[in-house]
Design a protein around this ligand. Structure first.
Ligand SMILES: [Zn+2]
Length: 306
């Protein structure tokens, strides 16, 4: 009995071992792809963590006027907070997404679509689909374009809500404070007038983002002196009136404009007005992406082209 039992125990053992070997082989075989996926994911995560650390370490205010051709897209960062004003055309959406991803950005705290024109909100659906989004700001005006519908769909799919800010509404971005300067003029025949205008203060430095606001918007308030002006409406003569410039007195003027654009922008008139007030002009068609760094007292400017 004892022998037979021994034999059967041996048989059971060897069968069990065989089964275990087959099992291991099976796991290795079928799950090879899965294991590879895990190691790839680990690789990505490590890379992202490294970039994230680099990103969080920034105590300065960083503003990137991203070269997206004849369109606007502006990235603003301070501490671990991120704001994006506009996202370029539909075509530029991928450029904007990649630009942010390369900086290790995973979350955008504030997304501002200044007004519903394609050269400002075209890439916004891509941005919303690719990042964790906090607050979305847009003016209270609708259009019937596919571009606009795509943006609304992306917002809905993520269960986000849109805030339409009024004059005096504030946003806090790390150590920087932003204020919406005007009540948008809601005119379906001229969407530029609905542009959200934001002024940002960081220490003793200040920055004004005009979207495509025009002279009609400029007339509505008294402006405070501001170091850096993102020139309204791509340097068109519809915007940047002499009276406005006398009040703002920007040390630097940033014009976001496409190379050899068919609109003839920026106009000579606007360039001359800016030169007369003593502003140093930077343009995305000549300078490429324009990167500003402020420590609260001094502004440094780097450009990707010259
Ligand atoms: Zn525009």
């Amino acid at each position: 009995m004892a022998r037979r039992r021994k034999t059967s125990t041996k048989k059971i053992l060897s069968t069990a071992i065989a089964l275990i070997i087959i099992g291991i082989a099976g796991i290795l075989g079928t799950n090879e792809e899965f294991v590879n996926t895990i190691s790839n994911m680990d690789g990505q995560t490590n890379q992202q963590n490294k970039q994230q650390i680099e990103f969080v370490a920034q105590d300065n205010l960083l503003i990137d006027y991203i070269d997206v051709g004849q369109a606007d897209s502006i990235l603003i960062r301070n501490q671990d907070k991120v704001m994006l004003i506009d996202a370029g055309t539909n075509e530029a959406g991928e450029t904007v997404v990649n630009y942010l991803k390369n900086l290790g950005i995973a979350q955008i705290d504030y997304v501002i679509g200044t007004h519903p024109h394609e050269d400002h909100i075209g890439g916004l659906d891509d941005v919303i689909n690719n990042f964790d989004i906090g607050q979305v700001y847009m003016p209270k005006i609708q259009t019937t374009t596919k571009t606009f519908k795509d943006v609304l769909e992306a917002i809905e799919n993520k269960n986000l809500t849109v805030t339409a800010p009024n004059k005096g509404d504030k946003v806090v971005l790390g150590q920087a404070t932003g204020e919406f300067m005007t009540d948008p003029i809601l005119d379906e025949d001229n969407l530029n007038l609905s542009s959200l205008v934001l002024r940002l203060e960081f220490g003793n430095n200040s920055f004004l983002f005009m979207g495509d606001a025009e002279k009609e918007n400029e007339k509505t308030i008294n402006w405070t002196k501001t170091d850096v002006l993102k020139v309204g409406h791509h340097g068109s003569s519809t915007s940047t009136s002499e009276n406005f410039l006398k009040q703002v007195q920007p040390q630097y003027a940033i014009i976001m404009v496409g190379k050899d654009n068919t609109y003839g922008l920026p106009t000579e008139e606007t360039i001359n007005r800016l030169k007369n007030i003593g502003s140093k002009i930077y343009r995305t068609d000549e300078n490429g992406t324009i990167q500003l760094t402020s420590d609260g007292n001094t502004i440094e400017i780097k450009t990707s082209l010259e």
